[in-house]
Write a protein that binds this ligand. Structure first.
Ligand code: ASP
Length: 413
């Protein structure tokens, strides 16, 4: 049985086992099972996290130096940025439109959530301008600190600088370039080993998620949850594949087949960062993306490109406004979209990161930050689907970018 099939079976069994645990609450069996599931999922996530920083670092250094060597850096950079911007904008428009279309939150009794909101402690104010300064302060820092703290964005920036320097130095730095390449190859080998554990990790993560989340809250917010999930799936199944078809000339079915290990892992972990090693492997080995393109686009996209998160934040802001009986003007909706775009750029690829940056989106149009208390109980469940779309977007963009880069190289030669 191949790994993909094992992962799909593990996902289904994980969900089923989660429901079995819900059926026997407060028994010793459940306690032991939850403990065991916790250990297994920590091992899997821990291994992925262990590889994350060295992998991101080496893949960007190697990716940039190879792109630069092929004279493709400017082109790849521009197409990557343009693709991220386009897909995120489409996601935002979709999120806002569907929230309007289904009038999410209208007619729901806000009193239901009053207690949660009253008890909620709002973190420090998060305005776009303060967010931006913090963003810079957290990004341009001592690289060793960034490595040890797992600060992905700062590592990305340092690796970009280093990659460009290696190319500028040419032959003088050939040794470091070779070492980086070998180091990267070793990391990918380790990813291959961790992937063998993916079925067990995914089984444990999903069973634990189902057994520990309070799914009954979901029913009170069912309409909103259904609209957001449906719209996110639409973006992932219709919008992104259409773009892939048009610009990447790849059959969406081929794409989903090649990408599914990473997509199921994204669903189970709710973390695009933890999934990144697998996204990179799938892009290179199953989707035919060349290592230099995947090595550049995937780590960057993991940090900066989050369509699912942007869509969710825009729709959720409208939901909260409707709950409060406020009609947001067109300008306010544009502000929501712009802030949601910044928020999705800044959100790290970890579970529920979008919830933290959501505060900024709410505050941008004067909605109370406490309102996230309404969304928090259902967030982990909704996070699964939006993370899948975040990861899918990164892999899709790597296919598109690689196609254009190859074309340019063919024309040049
Ligand atoms: N969990 C998401 C991700 O890792 C981020 C979010 O919370 O929206 O991509």
């Amino acid at each position: 049985m191949n790994l993909n099939t094992q992962i799909l079976i593990a996902a289904v069994l994980g969900v089923a086992f989660g429901f079995l645990l819900i059926a026997y609450p407060q028994t010793a069996f459940v306690d032991y099972s939850l403990y065991g599931l916790g250990v297994l999922s920590s091992i899997f996530i821990g291994l992925l996290k262990m590889l994350l920083i060295p992998l991101i670092f080496s893949s960007i250094v190697v990716g940039v130096s190879n792109l630069q060597a092929g004279g493709q850096f400017g082109r790849v950079w521009k197409i990557t940025a343009l693709s991220c911007f386009t897909t995120t904008t489409l996601a935002l428009i979709l999120g806002i439109s569907c929230a309007h279309l289904f009038d999410v939150g209208k007619g729901v009794d806000i009193q239901l959530f009053q207690a949660a909101m009253d008890n909620h402690q709002t973190p420090d104010t998060l305005t776009p301008s303060s967010f931006f300064t913090t963003f810079i302060q957290n990004t341009l820092i001592n690289p060793f600190k960034a490595f040890s703290e797992g600060n992905v964005l700062a590592v990305v920036v340092f690796a970009l600088f280093l990659g460009v320097a290696l190319v500028k130095g040419g032959e003088r730095f050939a040794l470091v370039r070779n070492i980086s390449q070998q180091f990267f190859d070793i990391m990918m080998m380790l990813v291959g080993w961790v992937m063998k554990l993916a079925p067990i990790g995914i089984f444990a993560l999903l069973a634990k998620l189902i057994a520990t989340e309070d799914l009954s809250v979901l029913s009170r917010l069912v309409e909103f949850a259904a609209v957001v999930t449906g719209t996110t799936i639409f973006h992932g199944v219709v919008v992104l594949p259409a773009l892939l078809w048009i610009f990447g000339r790849m059959n969406p079915i081929t794409f989903f087949r090649g990408a599914r290990t990473a997509l199921v892992t994204a669903f189970a972990t709710s973390s695009s960062s933890a999934t990144m090693p697998l996204s990179m492997k799938c892009a290179q080995e199953n989707l035919g993306v060349r290592p230099q393109t995947a090595g550049f686009v995937i780590p960057l996209g993991t940090q900066l490109n989050m369509d699912g998160t942007a869509l969710y934040e825009a729709a959720a802001a409208l939901f909260i406004a409707n709950l409060m009986g406020l009609d947001l003007s067109l300008t306010q909706q544009v502000i929501v979209c712009l802030t949601a775009m910044i928020a999705s750029l800044g959100a790290p690829g970890i579970p529920s990161a979008g919830m933290v940056t959501m505060i900024m989106v709410l505050q941008s149009v004067g909605l109370p930050a406490e309102a996230i208390a309404i969304l928090l109980p259902i967030d982990r469940v909704l996070d699964t689907v939006r993370t899948v779309v975040n990861v899918q977007g990164d892999m899709m963009i790597s296919v598109v970018v690689d196609r254009y880069a190859k074309q340019a190289e063919a024309e040049a030669s």
